[in-house]
Design a protein around this ligand. Structure first.
Ligand code: MN
Length: 228
């Protein structure tokens, strides 16, 4: 047997403190998971069931990388997020056992063509053009849970050109990491290598070519990306 065309490369991220790589399967994202961000987007900050969308795994950009300003938009926003990396898969995973499935944690940017997302919301269309475009998923190296544990609180922050734009604490997540894994695993068969972008705190806003984005979650890691 031979493939009739060359198979795509396996997308992967660095594992901090090692020479090893984490192979990425799917990239799931939680929408609206901090109350103050839900409010700034005109939504209801109450505890409605979480909702999910996906980004393409081959749109990851590593720490220190470049985000080329995309076409077909005049309003690309940064959404800085804690990212969960699964080491074990499963379906219908109970929240009480969800953390056993986590390999580690990272920080990432859910880059969003906000104008296209707003058009899609109004027209009841899917969000891929707003969320899953090229280079839309900058993500740091993964810090293994075996090293850092399972963070449940800690500052989350993003600076643009040295000015603080987003800040919060991961203890403000509307749906905690175990609850998110429990919900998501009811809807999809989770696999080792899946990433979950867990949602962004308030302060999302536009980026411009030349901007430097630098953010982190205390105890997890940092990410620096330049907009080209
Ligand atoms: Mn997001």
């Amino acid at each position: 047997m031979a493939y009739v065309i060359a198979p795509a490369e396996v997308p992967s991220l660095a594992v901090s403190g090692t020479q090893d790589r984490f192979p990425v399967h799917r990239v799931y994202c939680v929408g609206r998971n901090y109350a103050d961000h839900a409010r700034e987007m005109g939504g209801d900050p109450n505890r409605e069931p979480p909702f999910f969308f996906q980004k393409n795994p081959d749109t990851l950009v590593p720490d220190g990388g470049v985000f080329p300003y995309p076409g077909h938009t005049r309003d690309v926003h940064h959404e800085f997020e804690l990212v969960v990396a699964l080491g074990k898969g499963g379906t219908d995973i109970p929240a009480a056992r969800a953390l056993d499935h986590v390999y580690g944690y990272a920080v990432g940017l859910d880059m969003t063509r906000r104008d296209l997302q707003n058009e899609a919301k109004k027209a009841g269309r899917p969000w891929e053009v707003a969320k899953a475009f090229e280079h839309a998923a900058p993500c740091s190296a993964i810090a293994p849970a075996a090293t850092i544990g399972h963070p449940a609180r800690g500052r989350i922050w993003l600076e643009v050109n040295g000015e603080i734009r987003q800040r919060g604490d991961i203890d403000q997540l509307i749906w905690s990491i175990p609850e998110t894994i429990a919900h998501l695993s009811g809807l999809f068969a989770l696999r080792p290598g899946d990433l979950i972008f867990t949602g962004t705190p308030a302060g999302v806003g536009p980026v411009r070519p030349g901007d430097s984005l630098h953010g982190g979650v205390d105890g997890v890691g940092t990410l620096t990306v330049r907009v080209a």
